[in-house]
Design a protein around this ligand. Structure first.
Ligand code: ACO
Ligand code: OAA
Length: 371
């Protein structure tokens, strides 16, 4: 038995939800470019959960179900006041809040398909409320109740700022949600599948997935990209900064990918949005710095940007605090996690690989006072 480091190249599941073939990403056979340019996030949620696009009445029903379920139990909002909220990372708070949501859901332990679908709706609806309420409580503000008539993307921005967002912000945020919704067997989705393959519940799978997404080699990279842009500060400083990092073999966040070789097809969409929004909000330096970093890292290391690179300057332009970038990833990706959890349940087998043992050979137990 020999181990494959990081399970690279190992095919660990069959899926009908999304595919990455020759650097092309599809959700249920729809090219991500097509969806990014045309679909609402709610349509994508339906697509991932039902493996087909919704008809008009089905879409209206899903929107209604999401709108009706956005309110979170008061106890979940109150828990934000039980710790020093300013010293807590929002991903840690989200991980706990999602787990806490289960304790107030009478469906939590019901494993029927109907109850699982209700949990999916509740999770997708409430994750936005939880992230935005956290941000507002941290800022000393009251959470803002969602407006039922707004789209999912618009509601998130509205609940965060308390102001109805501009159409361009809604368009950009909707596109970002569409682009982040699913990605084959990425680390957090695999985590969710491993968890529920023990026949554990949906909340456990999603809570585990949030933990995996949090790390900087995965979803946590978008916050780190923004940290880098803030540290660099201006286009003139890019060259020295990047050269120094590369010379010291420090990874540049937002570059590289386990699966893509030529490039991540989501990045060009985010690049276009970054250019538009940074210029519109009078902060073109964030785009200019990003482009210069992109040229250098791709030029010197042949590493293309991934989804996390240009999303950082997009979210920054939308006025979003930097440590909320990864929670926003979770707001979108919960749709994919849930889709994979359903697919796992539908054809379940315990996921239990082997490990190659590389420790000492057979040893004889020695009593503690003789060691
Ligand atoms: C949504 C997402 O999860 S997208 C990924 C988000 N993560 C990041 O942006 C973090 C930065 N990138 C990385 O760490 C990696 O590219 C990963 C984790 C995404 C994928 O990497 P892996 O397939 O495991 O490749 P691995 O980390 O083994 O790197 C292979 C080589 O490329 C180098 N490399 C990979 N990514 C980078 C990077 N961002 N900057 C500089 N060098 C890099 C490694 O140092 C290594 O070099 P070596 O062979 O000389 O030691
Ligand atoms: O697929 C991966 O390894 C990481 C990624 O890009 C994602 O989860 O969107």
């Amino acid at each position: 038995m020999t181990a494959t480091r990081g399970l690279e190249g190992v095919v660990a599941a069959e899926t009908k939800i999304s595919s990455i073939i020759d650097d092309t990403l599809t959700y249920v056979g729809y090219d991500i470019d097509d969806l990014a340019d045309n679909a609402s996030f709610e349509e994508v949620v339906y697509l991932l959960w039902h493996t087909r696009l919704p008809k008009a009445d089905e879409l209206a029903e899903l929107k209604q179900q999401l709108a009706d379920n956005m309110e979170v139990p008061q106890a979940v909002l109150d828990h934000f006041k039980t710790y020093d909220i300013k010293s807590v990372h929002p991903m840690a708070a989200l991980r706990t809040a999602v787990s806490l949501l289960a304790l107030y859901d009478e469906d939590a332990e019901d494993m029927s398909d109907e109850a699982n679908y209700r949990k999916a709706i509740k999770l997708q609806a409430r994750i936005s409320t939880v992230v935005t309420a956290f941000a507002r409580v941290r800022a000393g503000l009251e959470p803002v109740a969602p407006k039922k008539e707004l789209s999912y993307a618009a509601n998130f921005l509205y609940m965060l700022s308390g102001k109805e967002p501009e159409p361009i912000a809604i368009e950009a945020f909707n596109k970002a949600l569409v682009l982040h919704a699913d990605h084959e067997l990425n680390a957090s989705t695999f985590t969710a599948r491993v968890c529920v393959a023990t026949l554990s519940d949906v909340y456990s799978g999603v809570t585990a997935a949030i933990g995996a997404l949090k790390g900087p080699l995965h979803g946590g990279a978008n916050e780190q990209v923004m940290k880098m842009l803030s540290e660099i500060g201006s286009v003139d400083n890019v060259e020295a900064y990047i050269n120094e990092k590369l010379a010291n073999k420090v990874k540049i966040m937002g570059f590289g990918h386990r699966v893509y070789r030529k490039g991540d097809p989501r990045a060009p969409h985010l690049k276009v949005m970054s250019e538009k929004l940074t210029k519109l909000t009078g902060q073109p330096e964030y785009y200019d710095m990003s482009v210069k970093i992109h040229e250098m890292v791709t030029g010197q290391k042949n590493l293309p940007p991934n989804v996390d690179f240009y999303s950082a300057s997009v979210y920054h332009s939308l006025g979003i605090e930097h440590d909320l970038f990864t929670p926003i990833f979770a707001v979108s990706r919960v749709s994919g996690w849930v889709a994979h959890i359903f697919e796992q349940y539908a054809n379940n087998r315990l996921i239990r690989p082997r490990a190659e043992y590389v420790g000492p050979g057979m040893q004889k137990y020695v009593p503690v006072n003789e060691r």
